[in-house]
Design a binder for this molecule. Sequence first.
Ligand code: PGA
Length: 268
Amino acid sequence: MRVIICPSAEEASRQAANMVAKQLQKKANSVLGLATGDTPKKLYKQLIEKYRENKIDFSEVTTFNLDEYFGLRPEHPQSYRSFMQEYFFSQINIPSSQTFVPNGLTSDVENYGAKYEAQIDSAGGIDLQILGIGRDGHIGFNEPGSSLGSLTRVKALTSETISDNARFFNTKEQVPHLAITMGVGSILKAKTCLLLAFGSAKSKAVMEMIEGPITSQVTASALQLHPQTVVFLDEEAAEKLARKKYYHEAEAAQKQLEIFSSDNTPLP
Ligand code: PGA
């Protein structure tokens, strides 16, 4: 796991956007896995700016979102489809037929997950998966106790997640208790994972993800098994890490390595 600690969330998002831009430069028809929540908003903003400056093009990109509330129609203002439209899709040149968000209204609950997995597979699998992390260490809506091999399915949200997400709804009672989410196993299939975490409220989950044991009680810890995960943190999210000094040293060494790398083409 590569851990990049930045002075601010803005700088972390800027570096993460550069990583996405590099991916699109390498492969114009990349398949991106996308996340919702407050955390990736700055990243989407940076990507929109790069698009407006003609530095990146989304016309051949396909996207799959991690999750959607069960029972919310796509047009519902708090659906993750609405979030993606508002903060990203409506501001870039991606054809809507190439954007996939789980259908929160599916009547085929039993088979829907397998169908979503098959759609991802037939697009060639996810090249770059963008992730946030919950205070309880979840990735997607894989709450503590989710199987580390799990695939897309319906999952019950914890009371902590319901409280955290109540800020987006008028009342806590309006927050759905179920979601369709890609599983931990689905996320681990992505070729590269890019996780963002900001603020001290996330510092415990971040420490457990990076330095704790691999456990279904902190589903993000499964990323320790992933061969290509990059974590972008601000100082506050990194404050509980015991090996912070080493992560800074490793990044300095990594910069030297990049000078010799064949992948040191300038950013678009
Ligand atoms: P947040 O959510 O970005 O709104 O903090 C992250 C998550 O729950 O995965």
